[in-house]
Design a protein around this ligand. Structure first.
Ligand SMILES: [Zn+2]
Length: 247
């Protein structure tokens, strides 16, 4: 994220590129979504259509300066960045790595507390049964005047208590469920593509088992594949086989 923050003084103003980035970013993040740019020392939660609130900040001048700049940046796209009365000031850890880990842990904690309207924590849903919905394709303006399409998707899970369908930002689902569940995708037939790690690909290949590499669409049915699965090498399991890694 630092490339969007040139210079070091408080007279910093966002350039066109940074403003475009902010527009695209804000279009993708859902309400209640968490944003914590790596290494910035600040964490925000999107509160509504036009508001981000600071929920946590390292007690360090760099983090404060980042916050001041993010305020200017989001102001430029009409989004208010609240100082957040309840924001927690955290003493900096000894290493940058530790700060990053703490930041991530904190984001995960926020996600673990997300609740359905019926109060059941989303973490208690059967997250393995998520279905991904393609919402729309948006053109985003680049600084050279060209546009580039981005796909907006939502991850949907059903509340086991009130049966409400909860839609969330894919990044938020990843925070809530972890990488292993996130990097799977159920196609229209109900079959599951599970992205493999390098070691898993190696083991399967040694065992003579072929996986499948995913592009942006399935070749046979033309069904759209969610962007976070593009370019992954997967093992495919037809619908009948239940996912044994769940409980
Ligand atoms: Zn519910």
């Amino acid at each position: 994220m630092n490339e969007h923050l040139p210079g070091s003084d408080d007279d910093w103003e966002p350039n066109e590129e940074a403003v475009e980035w902010a527009k695209q970013f804000f279009a993708e993040i859902g309400v209640d979504g968490v944003w914590s740019p790596e290494g910035s020392g600040v964490t925000y939660v999107r509160q509504d259509e036009n508001t981000f609130a600071l929920v946590r900040m390292l007690d360090h001048p760099t983090a404060k300066s980042h916050h001041a700049r993010f305020k200017k940046l989001f102001d430029a796209i009409g989004v208010e960045l609240l100082d957040g009365d309840g924001a927690v000031l955290i003493p900096p850890a000894i290493s940058a790595q530790e700060n990053l880990e703490r930041e991530f842990e904190h984001k995960r904690e926020i996600a673990q507390n997300w609740r359905c309207d019926c109060e059941l924590p989303l973490a208690e849903f059967d997250l393995a049964k998520r279905v991904d919905e393609f919402i729309e394709e948006k053109d985003v303006l680049l600084s050279n005047g060209d546009t580039t399409p981005i796909q907006i998707w939502r991850c949907c899970v059903i509340c086991p208590s009130c049966e409400k369908k909860v839609r969330m930002d894919p990044d938020d689902f990843q925070l809530l469920a972890g990488d292993d569940l996130y990097m799977r995708w159920k196609d229209r037939e109900g079959g599951i593509y599970k992205a493999l790690t390098r070691i898993e690909i190696c083991d399967l290949t040694d065992a003579g088992i072929m996986g499948v590499a995913l592009g942006s669409k399935l070749l046979d049915t033309n069904e759209r594949v969610p962007p976070w699965m593009w370019g992954t090498y997967c093992i495919y399991r037809p619908e009948v086989l239940q996912d044994e890694s769940e409980d």
